[in-house]
Design a protein around this ligand. Structure first.
Ligand code: SF4
Ligand code: SF4
Ligand code: SF4
Length: 225
């Protein structure tokens, strides 16, 4: 069956936050609304962010990173809802507000049914849910469901806003239920992995690992556009 999701390439993400800003612009009232009470990007910006970037400095041993021995490396880790197949946020929701669509696997919140109890946020091991305190409802990545099927948009815009915006093509959108799709082939070729598989949530989104630095040439790395 169809499983729409994202494949995020940790090898090329430069942590620019463009996807964070475009997500907020499209989904939660624009970046300006968050800035109005904080004044500067990089400060403790309030409001709901359905996509966030976490940056880590990592050394190879025992970490996520395959690199030169002892060589520290910064990795930028984009995080949003992974549209899990066995989504605990759906199971725990007492009102049926959280649900997973049979037709494409997207996990959504019906805001008319949400009572803002927060149980789903507690159940999500990925911290992917955000309470909209002003509206009193839970929010999360919708995979821009209002873009991807939107026939009033140009074809190239019918992808999640973050995917359209990323300047280095670190984000890919497609059907991970189809083994022949571009995203599935990318996962197979690059060793794409599940985030925290021990949670047994079977996330749809996949991550592509950073490549060993030793595989790069001595000159500046070439970032595919
Ligand atoms: Fe639910 Fe979290 Fe999985 Fe998204 S990542 S489907 S919010 S459990
Ligand atoms: Fe369900 Fe809303 Fe409670 Fe989450 S906050 S469990 S979506 S009612
Ligand atoms: Fe990374 Fe692309 Fe997001 Fe920038 S826009 S933080 S490169 S995923």
């Amino acid at each position: 069956s169809k499983k729409l999701g994202l494949v995020i390439d940790l090898d090329v993400c430069v942590g620019c936050h463009a996807c964070v800003i475009s997500c907020k612009e499209w989904n939660t009232g624009g970046y300006g609304s968050a800035l109005s009470d904080q004044h500067a990007y990089g400060a403790d910006v309030s409001g709901t962010f359905l996509n966030r970037i976490h940056s880590f400095e990592v050394v190879p041993e025992g970490g996520l990173i395959i690199g030169e021995a002892g060589e520290a490396r910064v990795v930028h880790f984009p995080k949003s809802c992974l549209h899990c197949e066995d989504a605990p946020c759906v199971t725990v929701c007492p009102t049926g507000a959280s649900y997973k669509r049979a037709e494409d696997g997207i996990v959504l919140v019906d805001e008319d049914k949400c009572i803002g109890c927060g149980l789903c946020a507690w159940s999500c091991a990925y911290g992917a849910r955000e309470m909209d305190l002003a509206a009193g409802v839970m929010k999360k990545c919708t995979l821009c469901v209002d873009r991807i099927y939107n026939e009033t948009l140009k074809q190239e815009d019918r992808v999640p806003s973050c995917v359209r915006t990323c300047p280095v093509n670190a984000r890919h959108f497609g059907d991970l239920g189809d083994p022949n799709s571009d995203v599935s082939m990318m996962v197979a070729e690059r060793g794409g992995f599940d985030l925290m598989p021990e949670q047994d949530t079977r996330p749809t989104n996949k991550y592509l690992p950073p490549r060993p630095r030793s595989s790069l040439s001595d000159v500046a790395p070439i970032i595919p556009l």
